[in-house]
Design a protein around this ligand. Structure first.
Ligand SMILES: *[C@@H]1O[C@H](CO)[C@@H](O)[C@H](O)[C@H]1NC(C)=O
Ligand SMILES: *[C@@H]1O[C@H](CO)[C@@H](O)[C@H](O)[C@H]1NC(C)=O
Ligand SMILES: *[C@@H]1O[C@H](CO)[C@@H](O)[C@H](O)[C@H]1NC(C)=O
Ligand SMILES: *[C@@H]1O[C@H](CO)[C@@H](O)[C@H](O)[C@H]1NC(C)=O
Length: 435
């Protein structure tokens, strides 16, 4: 949780060496798509996925780049595997099987994801894949599945880790998010290599099984930021959850922003911290939805929409389709995410879930993306000062574009905005100075 930890985490990434690289190129950039869980939980069926896929096309989300339609938990028969050891699709929910659904989704020009768990049962209690990896991977590949979200519930005792990783969502930490042996039980010793942990083994077994299939399935670890996945996730997967679950409350949005701001050195091409699925459309104000989406795009999280697209407001559709933020997320030339250059309300590097870092910047082929988040309960005036921002010459004026509207704001010596409560001012600043 300290600046020093960040620097240690950065070392293995120097040179940008990627671990897991897919043949098709899928996974180099953050995944974009839709997932059933945040809206429907276990209440899923084929019609809901087809409706979501059709809506992705009709609203222009597909054209904007969203291409995964991901089935989450509860797709199988809860009663268990078949006599010959296969997870069985619930044919009441999916009358054409998941292979039938996959082929319809593919015909719509989209890809399909599935869900399982590296435990004895999924989080909702359905059959899961630990010690069944090869059977399940082969079934999914034969159905045409393109993406796997692999969760972390119901880990049996013989697969539990020896130590805990210091992560404020799960273990007792100091108020600044750090751990010490005095307050945190069973902390891993300094220098412990988490690649020797059972968690690494549990998730690596599925990577090995996926690798044996003819059909490519990209791999997302829903490991919740445990077992220091930040130091090894890229060896086996394209993305990994970095926290506990999000929900439709502003508090969890700021909590995840706060946590992720300390883990961003593990993000690059082929290597993405998953800040969890989007709650845009679910009980957030438009200002909150803007901040949530802008930060997720800036942190290069996967962007998986989690709402009923039929009910989504046009203003929220426009947020999800924001061309400039999607271009930052999907930049082929810069893999690194935006990072905080200043905390704002709190001193730099303060761990604080309600008032995380407010001033963010990141390089891209379209210029420097600058975000100014207002975590306060009232409108606040915020200024982007070029000399504080990495990559900008503070002695010059720079051309500024409003990310939300696309408006060219001209050549400015700084950018000042009144930012509504929970909203985010977002600009692109040209790296060249104006003449
Ligand atoms: C975090 O808090 C602990 C205990 O209060 C303190 O010892 C440590 O120095 C703090 N670390 C940072 C980075 O502020
Ligand atoms: C299959 O899905 C139906 C419809 O949602 C549900 O009522 C039923 O309990 C499921 N069957 C099993 C065995 O999980
Ligand atoms: C919606 O968000 C508000 C403010 O965060 C919260 O108090 C409320 O419980 C949320 N409602 C639902 C249904 O999640
Ligand atoms: C988070 O920061 C705010 C603003 O400085 C402060 O009022 C609040 O007490 C902090 N929260 C914690 C848990 O330290």
């Amino acid at each position: 949780m300290t600046r020093n930890n960040q620097m240690l985490l950065a070392l293995p990434l120097l040179g940008g060496a990627a671990g897991h690289v897919s043949k098709s190129g899928a996974g180099k950039l953050p995944s974009l798509g839709w997932n059933s869980w945040n809206m429907y939980g276990c209440d899923i069926d084929e019609a809901k996925f087809l409706a979501a896929a059709q809506k992705m096309i009709d609203t222009g989300l597909k054209d904007a780049g969203y291409n995964y339609v991901n089935v989450d938990d509860c797709w199988s028969l809860k009663t268990g595997r078949s006599d010959d050891g296969h997870i069985q699709v619930n044919m009441t929910r999916f009358p054409n099987g998941l292979d039938g659904l996959a082929s319809k989704i593919h015909d719509m020009g989209l890809k399909i994801g599935i869900y399982s768990t590296a435990g004895t049962a999924t989080c909702a209690g359905y059959p899961a894949s630990l010690e069944h990896e090869e059977t399940d991977a082969a079934d999914w590949a034969s159905w045409g599945i393109d993406y796997l979200k692999y969760d972390n519930c119901n880990v049996p005792d013989n697969w539990k880790d020896e130590y805990v990783f210091c992560h404020p969502d799960y273990v007792k930490t100091n108020s600044n998010g750090t751990c010490t042996p005095e307050i945190t039980e069973n902390l891993a010793p300094p220098g412990y290599d988490w690649r020797t942990s059972k968690s690494f083994d549990r998730f690596k077994r599925m990577k090995d099984a996926l690798d044996k299939q003819d059909h490519e399935i990209v791999y997302n670890l829903c490991i919740w930021g445990t077992a220091d996945v930040f130091s090894w996730g890229k060896d086996i997967a394209i993305s990994w959850r970095m926290s506990n679950d999000i929900n439709a409350h502003w508090d969890t949005v700021t909590h995840i922003i706060n946590l992720n701001s300390f883990y961003l050195n593990s993000v690059d091409f082929w290597s993405h911290n998953d800040a969890d699925m989007l709650e845009v459309g679910n009980n957030l104000s438009d200002a909150e939805a803007r901040s949530h989406f802008a930060l997720w795009a800036a942190m290069k999280s996967p962007l998986l929409i989690g709402t009923d697209l039929d009910k989504l407001s046009q203003s929220n559709i426009d947020i999800l389709k924001n061309r400039r933020l999607l271009a930052f997320s999907q930049d082929e030339t810069v893999g690194a995410p935006a990072k905080p250059y200043k905390w704002g309300i709190n001193p730099d590097w303060t761990y604080n879930s309600t008032n995380p870092a407010e001033f963010w910047a990141g390089d891209s082929e379209n210029g420097i993306l600058v975000l100014m988040l207002n975590t306060l309960g009232e409108t606040d005036s915020k200024t982007a000062v070029w000399s504080e921002i990495p990559g900008l010459d503070g002695n010059c004026k720079h051309r500024v574009t409003n990310v939300w509207t696309g408006e060219d704001l001209g050549c400015l010596g700084e950018y000042k905005a009144d930012v509504e409560s929970h909203d985010t001012a977002a600009i692109l600043v040209s790296k060249h100075s104006c003449h």
